[in-house]
Design a protein around this ligand. Sequence first.
Ligand code: SF4
Length: 366
Amino acid sequence: MKHLRADIVKEFSCLGGSCPNTCCKGWRVYIDDATYRKYQAFDEPLRSEMLSKIEKVGDRYAFNMNEKTKHCDFLNKDGLCDVYIKISPDAMGEVCQMFPRDRTDVGDMRLYYLHLSCPEVVRLLIDRKDNVSYLYEEDDVPVKHEAFEPELLNVLFDGFVLSDAIAVNESLSIGEKLYTLFLLSKLIQEGIDNKNPSLNAEQIGLMENEDNLKELLKLCPDSLKTECISYENAKMFLGGLSNVRENLYIEDILKRMEACDKTEWDSRAAQLKRLGLERELGNIFSYVMFEYFMTAIKDGDIMDKFFRASLVMRFIQIYMVLFLAGERENLKERLCDGVSRISRDIEHSSILEKVVGKVHSLELIM
Ligand code: SF4
């Protein structure tokens, strides 16, 4: 079997009780069917105790969430999980055992990633001197699935390598990166849609050349060339979300934006530039592209994945202008906190579905 993972996957270790933004808080923790059946088979009184802290949400089961604190009912005062401590690590649901780790099997390849919604994952990304690297390995473990169409896999893999180089290129603005990746995704999508993944391989290859990239960027709209997203575009971007505001943290960002005028925005954008977080942002960008780009292998819808990644990146950038600019104190902690909260609010909610389903054009990333 083939394995592809970002190097941080092996480095990750949960912070447990010292986590500043525990994953047992702020959202519903769902229980997989096998774990629920396990609880039903517990002896009394444990069975009743477990089931009394579980509720049905739609057609799924979830641990009760405390109305006031928004914590899972099993989170104890030390910030640790009582299911893990009082029963056993195996008694935790699949999500709790895995998070923030995740993996996807596509054909004969297994992709491993960590969700950005964990602050420790963000810290691993930004607290390093070099760029994230992606490790490819093969072993003799038999593959359950059919090998994936090798031509498509190669095109997506090459596309990802190029997208990574663009994501960490500090001479490009976020807008320029998004513009280039938009074109790259379009070329790949065209090949997939025409059942000929290598259709635009030559054009894609040309994008690897620095001079060609410069030529390409001459066509990039001016609004995407600025160092930071402009006030008007940030307003327009967030305005498009006015009917999908349903999450607490996103609501904070929207409110802060409403209170910010153009003069303040420009001043904050300049302050953000002085903080010099390009490498940190490049690493987050590269990683977001990895997660989305490679999962396009599953359904061949690379444009959809591109728009999802763009939405996450634009949110992070707007958050940085509104909440980080100007204050160096606890900068990295605040960046980890903000990025993980944004990821929780938009990657694990219906916002992405609603927005991506509505706007599928360059406008989304302006
Ligand atoms: S958010 Fe991450 S570091 Fe914090 S408790 Fe959950 S897995 Fe551990």
